[in-house]
Write a protein that binds this ligand. Structure first.
Ligand code: MN
Length: 250
């Protein structure tokens, strides 16, 4: 079993190392990740400058590859000749911080798994859904369990998994929930401020506001201290509305 391991927090992020060490029990792990933090990079790719790859040593002395590209670039690079072998699975994480609801569209962690699915490999993204995450052990162990499950179960085409592990002690985790994406949006998103030179600037942020029922969602599962697994499909078409829209007079 060969794993392509990536993340959006950079090759030296502690979450990547924790995941690498657990997945190593199941097979060979090939870490390839951005050379700097690229959280919220989304599914961006690099088209207008050279992509570089450098051999690096992780904190435990094991080898990895750092790239000046995005998380999605790293998956593409890893599946070309960089690793010297073809991986069997793409794993992205462990991301410190939740990737729930609408976060999926901004997340570099999730997009790397998406790239794996586009390239035809089983793939999942995994995050620890807390603000100040220091302990990755429980989530890393669960990632190895899930990776094992993915060797005996297959995913449909163009499908990957988005996993969020609640940031609580392992004994407080109340099982697994297979979930759907919640609907959330940011409230008070943009803050306008004045810099020391008197010029205006903006800062993106804001509070998250849930929309609609949370029943069966990733957000609800994490609130209930359950590990959320959402099967995500890459077809963004709104199939129900497609037929109705054909009746529009345009
Ligand atoms: Mn991140």
């Amino acid at each position: 079993m060969k794993f392509l391991l990536t993340n959006d927090d950079g090759i030296h992020a502690p979450g990547l190392l924790a995941l690498k060490q657990e997945l190593s029990r199941l097979g060979e792990v090939y870490p390839i990740a951005p050379d700097r933090p690229r959280s919220a990079a989304g599914h961006s790719i690099t088209l207008h400058k050279p992509l570089r790859v450098t051999r690096v040593s992780l904190a435990d002395g094991s080898p990895g590859w750092a790239s000046n590209g995005t998380p999605s670039d790293c998956v593409v690079l890893g599946l070309s000749d960089v690793l010297g072998c073809k991986p069997d699975m793409v794993v992205s994480g462990l991301n410190p911080g939740p990737n729930l609801g609408e976060d999926l569209t901004y997340s570099g962690t999730v997009s790397a798994a998406m790239e794996g699915a586009i390239l035809g490999l089983p793939a999942f993204a995994i995050s620890v859904a807390g603000e100040e995450v220091t302990d990755f052990a429980a989530a890393a162990r669960f990632a190895a369990r899930l990776a094992e499950a993915l060797t005996s179960h297959s995913l449909p085409p163009h499908t990957f998994l988005n996993v969020n592990v609640p940031a609580v002690a392992e004994k407080e985790i109340r099982g697994i929930a297979i979930t759907r994406q919640a609907r959330r949006r940011y409230k008070g998103r943009l803050e306008k401020r004045i810099d020391p030179r008197g010029r205006e600037y903006y800062w993106l942020g804001g509070e998250l506001l849930n929309e609609g029922s949370l029943a069966g969602t990733d957000v609800e599962a994490v609130q209930q201290h359950r590990i959320s697994i959402t099967p995500v499909h890459l077809d963004l078409t709104q199939h129900e509305f497609l037929e109705e829209m054909k009746t529009w007079k345009i």
